[in-house]
Design a protein around this ligand. Structure first.
Ligand code: GUN
Ligand code: ZN
Length: 458
């Protein structure tokens, strides 16, 4: 343990305490701007395909944390108002695959997946054994998501039960929709990061009882990936899924060619990497599998048959040199495709950057994915896949007001680009490609503003 630096933990501050207050209930707010969301899934590569709902110059009425109405008319004087002329208002993004502890290894140079885990990632995750450090990292991580316009996420903390408590506590304090669970790994990891089946099961049962269904939180059984769990641990994970039908499951699959080869050696009886998870009862409509680059047609058919979802993580796939995901084949095979930033394999917490990277990965295969498909996948598409469309993913009355106000342009060059845009798709695609975190003006979670850009120096 002493080999690994401990990192800088800190005690919770007053700011953490004030964040835990759920102001916004019994409150009203009317936001004015250009509203963009979706009512159906657009075709992957046709910008004219239906599904987009574009409501420029509209008012979004928020009451008691929920969207009460959307209307073109200005509401009466009983509604406090915030005007954002020319700005975009979108549902908060949903990131379906990210690792909280890995903000410490963002942009770590020089390795492919398996080396990267050994060299950079496991040491960073080991530091989460210390509860104060886990609390510090969890708060930083979630505030980082909010600052990029992400309001919901499926997250891997670490093998430590305390890291799960820290993450759920921090998400609860911010009112966020978060799905997470203790990482399971009982082999092929450094000794200080390994658990064992009995202890892991007990931790999971306690964590499920404490957090699953608490506020906006849900538990995901989280075997890291097939190589780091024994058959006995994967079987235990499957039995947890069977015993608690509402749980999610998250893991990695078929990300890197060396990893795929290793899985075929470790599980010689398996037809494929995905087959390992299916044999242990881990594929179902609440299962999220990150990557899925090296799947075959039979795997895609199994995803469709079981309802298991993929989280495409283009930034990570490019940075670690893992490969190019075939989105069209996955969709044609009937698999649900969502998107994840996969920090720290990915290089940014931003879903907007993730979308721009997804476009470029598909472009390398000669396919042009539209802004509408990308934005749909990060909002309504993910919400539907996760069974949460009643709560998140669209600017729809009755859903929780997880909404983000975005600048369309910040620099003279971007303003010029917007001014000469040929049509709405051209403008929004250019925005998606060029915008950074500084374009997020305000992020609201259940109506409560959790991030506001500091404009004091402008
Ligand atoms: N496979 C197993 N663990 C990891 C991880 O932490 N990141 C990525 N990208 N792939 C993994
Ligand atoms: Zn990952």
């Amino acid at each position: 343990m002493a080999r690994w630096p401990r990192g800088g933990g800190r005690a919770p501050t007053r700011r953490d305490a004030t964040l835990s207050l759920h102001v916004g209930h019994d409150q009203r707010l009317a936001l004015h701007g250009d509203l963009l969301d979706f009512t159906a899934e657009p075709a992957l590569d046709d910008p004219t395909s239906p599904g987009l709902r574009w409501r420029p110059d509209h008012w979004l009425l928020i009451e008691n944390g929920r969207i009460a109405a959307v209307q073109p008319e200005e509401p009466d004087a009983s509604w406090p108002k915030e005007r954002h002329p020319g700005r975009l208002i979108l549902p908060g993004f949903i990131d379906t695959h990210v690792h909280s502890a890995q903000i410490d290894v963002l942009g770590a140079w020089g390795t492919e997946l398996l080396d990267w885990l050994e060299t950079h990632t496991f040491p960073a995750e080991a530091r989460m054994a210390e509860p104060a450090h886990a609390r510090f990292i969890s708060g930083l991580f979630l505030d980082g998501l909010l600052a990029t316009g992400t309001t919901s996420a499926m997250v891997f903390p670490t093998v430590h039960a305390d890291s799960v408590d820290a993450l759920f506590e921090a998400a609860d304090a911010r009112g966020m929709r978060l799905i997470a669970g203790k990482v399971l790994m009982d082999r092929h990891a450094p000794e200080f990061l390994r658990d064992d089946v009995a202890q892991a099961e007990q931790d999971c049962v306690e964590l499920i009882a404490r957090w699953h269904g608490h506020g906006r939180l849900a538990y995901a059984v989280t075997p890291r990936f097939a190589p780091t769990s024994t058959d006995a641990q994967l079987a235990m994970a499957g039995s947890l899924m069977a015993a608690h039908p509402g749980l999610y499951m998250q893991t990695h699959v078929a990300e890197n060619r060396d990893e795929v080869r290793w899985v075929s050696e470790l599980f010689p009886w398996s037809r494929s990497y995905l087959d390992v998870y299916e044999r242990f009862g881990l594929l179902g409509p609440r299962s999220m599998l990150a990557h899925g680059i090296w799947l075959d047609a039979e795997d895609r058919a199994r995803l469709a048959a079981t309802g298991a979802m993929l989280s495409h993580c283009p930034s990570s796939n490019l940075f670690l040199g893992s490969g190019l995901f075939d989105w069209a084949a996955a969709r044609a095979g009937g698999a649900e495709v969502t998107l994840g930033c996969d920090v720290g394999g990915g290089t940014s917490l931003s879903m907007l950057r993730t979308l721009a990277d997804a476009y470029q990965v598909q472009a390398l295969a000669g396919r042009r994915v539209t802004a509408w498909s990308l934005l749909h996948a990060a909002t309504r598409g993910a919400a539907l896949a996760l069974g949460l469309s009643h709560e998140i993913g669209a600017l729809e009355p009755g859903t929780l007001a997880d909404v983000v106000v975005w600048d369309r342009a910040r620099s003279p060059v971007e303003r010029r680009r917007q001014a000469v845009a040929r049509d709405l798709h051209d403008a929004i695609f250019a925005w998606l490609t060029l915008a950074g975190d500084d374009h997020v003006v305000s992020t609201r979670v259940a109506g409560v503003e959790r991030h506001r850009r500091n404009d004091r120096h402008e």
